[in-house]
Write a protein that binds this ligand. Structure first.
Ligand code: SAH
Length: 673
């Protein structure tokens, strides 16, 4: 067990303390309870990862941070009597037992309960009793309780649980109108019939199945009291108009992207130092063309002198040489030949490259540079991992492919981790892989002499090498921390790029909405503590940064089904009722700009602060599981300063990669073959 002490201490520090949990009892308890004893033995290597893990029977052990957050909210005190609903592995019960006087823990699944009982006994928790039963009716025999916590989400707070709270007692549980999406609710009993109640976080728990919870899967549907599902409001004179109507009233219809006026709509952001342009997928033509039009205008009319994009820095450096007509390094280089090639090897981006080159040729005194923000090169690194694992352990390679196929910040599928076990020790190759990726980075940095002037001086190179190990380790496992590290590095590169161009320099960024929309206004930020480029830009530049999001309702998109798979032109499903996109679609406008800056449409802005579903399509699109894999809660007005809408969109046209598909080679350089 000693092996895990460091991981545990690190977990408590990074995931609990640094995220603002202040309850010393909880912090101390989490430092003591060996979480590795509560996860299946083949998943121990992940015991201290920032994620829930499967424990069998489609159930999971909660993410450590969520356990801490709930127990801190329940304000456990020494001597308290606690009811823990949903024993699962018994981990939360053990933490509670470290603090409280006595814990009753109740689990509906008899075999999970048995496992937890045996485990808690073995670890010496004598003040916990595990019961098999339905927690929605509580445990009247042992009530009242000073604290009740539930690790499964119900449609409302069961009546019996309210009644079993002692005066001053606290109840914390996930409550929501859908079995898998909830708000964490805290109730404090102030008097016989007097309860304070408030919600404090968005969460995803397994369903609370029972008499006063959700019906058994496959069982007969039941109806609930009025708390269960919000019913549609009855319109009255004072009811605000439906969201789509309010959006239509505030929206500025946009002309065709190719119309000269299109980009003038964005002049309002021309005084900002950094203008970040998002996209809701990595393969939609309209997003590229609109961003290209805005970029041309900002460069031509407003003196922006650099375009920095979410792309591999070494590949981007070749484009930079091309647009500034500098000699190519060594052999003629052909960039962006690695998955996902269509992200940059597409006709829309190629047109912008051609424009930048001719613009620079005419304005040598104020050249516009092109730069990639991803110095560690996610795609090259993943490529290297997959190639190596393919050669040493194909089973591990399959697992790696699945992990990288996950959608980054929202890794919602703990089962993917479970399959890691089948590979027989993914961890075995970690040291080798981290070393190999480190070597790859060093050779990339050595190769970059001339390109270094943009954002890579010697000191920065040394720092990148020093930090690489941490990044590659996280990246190898594909865990959620790798997201935060990547965005932090992208932000560092952006700052250096800006500094390298002098104090007056202004810069345009192209990256996915998930990097650009302030993460603190999204589920990723609130629940998973994700941070991103847009948020870091706001913190650093304040009002001098403009965060502009893009969205669509339906059409086609270029994407793959799995990491490394071929590009397909997929149909984008019409957006879900209840999503941001659905309200935008409801305006009936084909193209629009919504200005979300303070003081412009404040009433609507306030409404768009409420979290709504929002769609995120990356290089992978899985329409079959779309709701689960591509939608997350986000507050549009918190994320962006403006939102650009194209109701119907189409896939980018990819350029060929292989030598035998020769096509307009001459003028297509550097993409030509
Ligand atoms: N606290 C647990 C997390 C368990 S997940 C841990 O730390 O490991 C939630 C658990 O709630 C599942 O095991 C599920 O079987 C259980 N559950 C769901 N509905 C229940 C109910 N009505 N009564 C008791 N347990 C329930």
């Amino acid at each position: 067990m000693g092996d895990f002490d460091e991981a545990r201490a690190w977990m408590v520090e990074r995931q609990i303390v640094q995220r603002g949990v202040r309850d010393d009892y909880v912090i101390e308890a989490m430092r003591r309870v060996p979480r590795e004893a509560f996860v299946p033995s083949d998943l121990r290597e992940f015991a201290y990862d920032d994620t829930p893990l499967p424990i069998g029977g489609e159930q999971s052990i909660s993410q450590p941070y969520i356990v801490a957050k709930m127990l801190a909210a329940a304000e456990l005190q020494p001597g308290d009597r606690v009811l823990d609903i949903g024993t699962g592995s018994g981990y939360a019960a053990a933490i509670a037992a470290e603090i409280a006087g006595r814990v009753d823990s109740i689990e509906r699944d008899a075999s999970l309960a048995e496992g937890a009982r045996e485990r808690l006994q073995r670890l010496g928790y004598e003040n916990v009793e595990v019961h098999v039963g339905d927690g929605t009716v509580g445990l009247a025999a042992h009530a009242p309780y000073n604290a009740i916590i539930a690790a499964a989400g119900g449609p409302h707070v069961p009546r019996a649980l309210r009644a079993q709270l002692a005066l001053g007692g606290r109840l914390v549980m996930p409550v929501g109108g859908s079995p898998s999406r909830q708000r964490l609710v805290k109730i404090v009993r102030r008097g016989e019939h007097d309860y304070d109640e408030h919600a404090f976080a968005d969460v995803r728990f397994v369903p609370l199945v029972g008499d006063d919870g959700w019906p058994e899967p496959g069982g007969a549907p039941r109806t609930y009291d009025s708390r269960a599902e919000p019913t549609a409001p009855v319109p009255t004179a004072s009811t605000p108009p439906p969201l789509a109507v309010a959006i239509r009233d505030a929206a500025e219809p946009l002309p065709d992207i190719d119309a000269p006026e299109f980009a003038t709509f964005f002049d309002r952001f021309a005084m900002r130092r950094v203008v970040l342009l998002g996209e809701a997928s990595h393969g939609t033509s309209e997003f590229y063309r609109a961003r290209a039009a805005i970029t041309r205008r900002l460069v031509e009319r407003h003196g922006f002198s650099m375009l920095a994009v979410e792309a591999d820095w070494a590949d981007a450096a070749i484009i930079d040489r091309h647009v500034r007509d500098r000699p190519m390094p060594g052999e003629r280089s052909r960039p962006f030949r690695r998955f996902p090639t269509w992200m940059w090897r597409n006709t829309d981006f190629m047109s912008l490259v051609a424009w930048l080159r001719s613009h620079n040729a005419e304005h040598r005194e104020r050249e516009t540079r092109f730069c990639g923000l991803d110095i560690y090169s996610l795609s090259e690194s993943i490529d290297a991992v997959l190639r190596y694992l393919d050669s040493v352990d194909p089973a591990a390679a399959r697992v790696a492919r699945e992990r990288y196929g996950c959608l980054g910040p929202w890794q919602k599928d703990p089962a993917v981790y479970a399959r890691a076990a089948l590979s027989g020790g993914y961890a075995r190759f970690e040291e080798h892989m981290v070393a190999q990726l480190g070597d790859l980075l060093k050779s990339r940095l050595a190769y970059a002499r001339e390109d270094g002037e943009c954002c890579l001086d010697a000191a920065r190179k040394a720092r990148l090498v020093a930090l690489a190990e941490h990044y590659y380790r996280a990246m190898y496992y594909g865990g959620p921390q790798s997201w935060n590290l990547r965005d932090t590095h992208m932000f560092d590169t952006l700052r250096h790029a800006l500094d390298s161009r002098g104090p007056q320099a202004r810069l345009i960024v192209w990256a996915h909405n998930s990097h650009i929309g302030d993460a603190s206004a999204t589920q990723m930020g609130r629940v998973h503590d994700g941070i991103n480029l847009g948020q870091l830009c706001r913190a650093q530049f304040g009002d001098a940064a403009a965060l502009i999001g893009f969205g669509t309702h339906s059409g086609t998109v270029a994407a793959a089904s799995d990491w490394g798979g071929p590009m397909e032109v997929k149909t984008v499903r019409p957006s879900f009722d209840g999503s941001v996109e659905f309200s935008m679609h409801g305006t009936g406008l084909a193209r629009l700009l919504l200005d979300l800056r303070p003081g412009v449409h404040d009433a609507l802005r306030e409404r768009l602060r409420a979290p709504l579903l929002e769609r995120f399509i990356g290089v992978i699109y899985r329409p079959e599981t779309e709701r689960y894999s591509h939608y997350a809660q986000a507050s549009l007005a918190g994320q962006f300063d403006a939102y650009v809408w194209f109701d119907r969109t189409s896939a980018v046209s990819a350029l060929p990669v292989s030598a035998d598909e020769k096509n307009h080679a001459a003028q297509a350089f550097p993409f030509g073959v």
